[in-house]
Design a protein around this ligand. Structure first.
Ligand SMILES: [Zn+2]
Length: 378
C-alpha cells in the first residue's frame, strides 16, 4: 500500500516520509485513530516506504521487489499481529491459523473495523485477544536477521486487546529493541493501553476524516458514484470502514428496516414482536447490537434536528428521510432525552456483556412508555 492509496492525511504522510529519509525513525510508534480514520492504512504505507529500494519524496516506488512483495502482503520482513481467538485443537494460542484470513482482509484494503474482522474470523461471540504465546513468537521473529538487510517491521493492530502479561512481554522488546526494528502499534483506544506502553512509544494522532474527504476517497479509490459516496460518507460521519460496510451490505440505510419494525412493535406494545425482535437482536452478536444501538441513537438525534429546522445538520439518506418524516412526530422535547438515555444505557449494558435478549426486552418496554408520552408533557 502506497501513500497514494491512503485517503487524506497528506501532512501526516509527509512527516512519516521525512522521518524515514532523515533516519530518525522511532523504533516504537503508536498510531492512534478511531475506526475508519486510516491509521492502519498509514502504518502500511509507512512500512512499504521504509523498505522500498527506491523511495521518492512523495511515495514508495511501487515497482521494486520490496514494493511488489508488499502489494501481495508477502514481505518477509514485515510481521503482523492482530487480535484473534485460540483455534480448536491448537496447542499454543498463536495467530498462525488466522494469518491467511488477515492477508485476505488486507489485500482488500486497510479500512477494517473490529466488526469486519469478527465477521471474517467467524468469531462473533468469541473474545478476541493477543496472547502471551503470540508475544513470545513475535520476540523470536524480530530476533531473526532481516531477509533483505533493511528494516524489520512489526505492525500490531489493536494492541488494546492485550492482557497485562502479554503487554509486559512486549515491553521488553520495546526497551531492548533489536537492530533496525520498527514496531508500529495501531490503536482505536489508546486509553486502554498500559501506561508503561504509552510512555515508551512515539504517539501519532490520526484525526477522523471529514465526510467530504471520505466521500472523495470512496469516489477516487473505490470507484463509487458521487451521490452514493456522499450519502454513505455523511451517514458514516467520515468513518470509511463503516461506509464500506454499508456499501457491502448493499444499502445506505443500515438497519433502517429493523429499526422501523422495532419502533412499530414498541409503539403498539406488541409483546410477541418485541420478544422476537429481541431474540433477533441477540443473534446479531455484541458488535452487531452495539452498531444497531449506535444507529438508533443517530436516527433519534436526527429526528430532533429535523424538528428544529437545522436542515444543514441533517445527515440522512433519502429512505431515512422518508421514514423520519413520519416517525419524528413521535419524538419531541418531552421524551427525547429519556429515549437517548435508554439507548445509551442499553449500549453500555451490551458492551458490559449483559445478555442481549434481556437488554432489548427491557429497552423495548422503556421505549414503549416513552413513545406514549404526549408532546407538551400532559
Ligand atoms: Zn519500492
Amino acid at each position: 500500500m502506497r501513500f497514494a492509496d491512503v485517503v487524506g492525511h497528506q501532512t501526516l504522510g509527509a512527516k512519516l516520509r521525512e522521518s524515514a529519509r532523515s533516519s530518525r525513525v522511532a523504533h516504537a510508534q503508536l498510531l492512534e485513530g478511531q475506526e475508519g480514520a486510516g491509521a492502519l492504512a498509514l502504518a502500511r504505507a509507512f512500512a512499504q516506504y521504509l523498505t522500498c529500494a527506491d523511495p521518492g519524496t512523495e511515495d514508495s516506488c511501487g515497482t521494486c521487489h520490496s514494493c511488489q512483495a508488499h502489494a501481495k502482503l508477502q514481505h518477509p520482513d514485515v510481521h503482523w499481529c492482530f487480535p484473534f481467538f485460540k483455534a480448536d485443537g491448537q496447542d499454543k494460542a498463536t495467530s498462525d491459523p488466522h494469518q491467511g484470513t488477515w492477508r485476505e482482509a488486507m489485500l482488500e484494503g486497510a479500512y477494517l473495523g473490529v466488526e469486519d474482522w469478527l465477521e471474517r474470523l467467524g468469531a462473533d461471540r468469541k473474545q478476541l485477544f493477543i496472547s502471551v504465546d503470540e508475544a513470545l513468537e513475535v520476540n523470536r521473529k524480530l530476533g531473526l536477521k532481516s531477509f533483505h538487510g533493511g528494516w524489520k517491521i512489526w505492525i500490531c493492530w489493536l494492541p488494546e486487546t492485550m492482557r497485562v502479561d502479554t503487554a509486559n512481554k512486549f515491553l521488553k522488546l520495546m526497551e531492548e529493541p533489536t537492530d533496525k526494528t520498527v514496531m508500529l502499534f495501531v490503536t482505536e483506544h489508546p486509553d486502554r493501553l498500559l501506561a508503561t506502553i504509552r510512555s515508551r512509544v512515539q504517539r501519532i494522532h490520526v484525526p477522523n476524516l471529514s465526510s467530504e474527504e471520505a466521500a472523495e476517497g470512496l469516489v477516487s479509490k473505490w470507484g463509487m458514484a458521487q451521490a452514493q459516496a456522499t450519502s454513505l460518507a455523511h451517514v458514516a460521519d467520515g468513518n470509511l470502514a463503516l461506509a464500506l460496510r454499508m456499501a457491502r451490505a448493499g444499502d445506505d440505510q443500515p438497519d433502517l428496516d429493523r429499526f422501523s419494525a422495532w419502533m412499530r412493535a414498541c409503539w403498539a406494545r406488541d409483546g410477541k414482536a418485541m420478544v422476537e425482535g429481541s431474540e433477533a437482536f441477540a443473534a446479531m452478536g455484541r458488535e452487531g447490537q452495539k452498531r444497531f444501538l449506535h444507529y438508533a441513537l443517530h436516527l433519534v438525534r436526527q429526528s430532533i434536528v429535523g424538528h428544529y429546522g437545522a436542515e444543514s445538520l441533517v445527515r440522512l439518506t433519502p429512505s431515512e428521510e422518508g421514514f423520519l418524516s413520519k416517525f419524528s412526530t413521535f419524538i419531541h422535547h418531552d421524551n427525547v432525552l429519556a429515549l437517548r438515555q435508554a439507548l445509551e444505557d442499553a449500549h453500555g449494558d451490551v458492551a458490559g456483556n449483559v445478555n442481549g435478549k434481556l437488554v432489548f426486552v427491557d429497552l423495548s418496554l422503556r421505549v414503549h412508555r416513552m413513545l406514549r408520552i404526549p408532546a407538551g408533557g400532559n
